[in-house]
Design a protein around this ligand. Sequence first.
Ligand code: BG6
Length: 484
Amino acid sequence: MADNSTLVLFGARGNLSRIKLIPGLFHLDEAGKLSDAMKIVSVGRQNISQDEWENEIKDMLENKFKGHYDLKVFERFIKRNIYHATLPDDSNAFRNFAKLLHEDKQFPKNFAFFLSVRPSDFAKIVDQLAEENLLDEDKYWRRVLIEKPFGTNLKSAVELQESISKHLKENQIYRIDHYLGKSALQNILWTRFTNSILDPIWNNNHIDHIQITNHETLGVGERTQFYDATGALRDMTQSHLLQMLALTTMEKPKTFSPDDIRVEKIKLLKSIKPIPINEINKYAFRAQYKSGDIEKEGHVKGYLEELENNKSVVETYAAIRLYIDNPRWKNIPVYLRTAKRLNQSGTFISIKFKNKETDQKLAFNNWLVFSIQPKESTYFEIKTKIPGLNDSDLRATRLEGMNRLEHDEKIDAYETLMLDLLEGNQSRFLHIDEVKAAWSLIDPIIKYWSENLEKVHQYTAGTSDPKESEIIFENKSQFWRKGN
Ligand code: BG6
């Protein structure tokens, strides 16, 4: 059980909070994971009453659980929740807020601050918290959780780090990548390191290449402005995809302590070779969706139409090829691809084994796949004989283990991460060195793409990977693995 603490939510009336954070905290309460005296202070710019806030919470829970929640827990949860307005035109707003936290006895003095606000506000809020002596750890712990993105390139990430590290030590900073809270991702490390049969084949002797894929049928939705300043590479590859790569390829940590896991992840991310600048077009491919048909949604607009700016070169599809510069992975390509508005949604890590058979009839591509979502499973594909009189009739057979059974509990990634924050476990959060290594890899591609204003390839919404993306393959035997 975590210590008694006060969780302060900045941006509590925003989308993330409504859909994930407040329902997630409620679920933690229901599961008995919140300490008795724990309080949740929601900070907002609007002057709403406590009653109005309680009604909003009720709506959030109703939307999420559709009446399936325990009313006794609800009463308890409501009592933990306090709304506090810091009005923008009140110069003393922050001081009053700090006074409340320091002096009001109902608030436990271990403070966790969750900054679910605009990235440009991260540093400002940390400065204000420090000024009001809310980050000082003399007697109690003080932690700050920072939403993604941590910077928009290496330079801004370093600046943000410099600014907040004036007031916070590394062990007080929780940089979020919500993929690390997904149970299927946590499973990768355990599968790799508890099944010793995998170790001898987990290297460039046996593996041909790795594909890390995230496909969405969703478009950019209402986030056009954000997305056009971001693009797929920054939005997904820099964070979630590189983290999946790290978990798949890192060396075994000395122990499974948060610090040791991070040490190995950092080492791995730092050992990825930069993409050769003069060959970016062979290592990275970008595209944008144009209008098309999506199952269940029907006809949808293209990205440029949604944006109402047909000059944008920002990518909604990004695929890159990387190499890891260490003995285990030398010369093995790792492909990362992510897209909006494809024909199927799914996140999976596919490992293709080398095909050493020279007799074409016997040659077969074995794959090991970690399916992260929507299905959580691990499977191995082998070739087997089809029963019958014909000896040479073979087919691919899947040896599949479901990592989530129907009756298993579904925990949202944010729940796991909020609990980690309250319990002081940083293993599923990013160390600044991981963030820096990731931006160092991505920055040159973004720079090249943003300077290169020629028309970006367009793919039809609702179709699969554009054929043109295959330009990044190292050789002709490689192809995108479809679906999971
Ligand atoms: C977010 C991105 O970090 O991850 C979104 O900003 C993306 O663009 C989302 O849709 C995907 O997350 P999930 O958990 O739905 O796979």
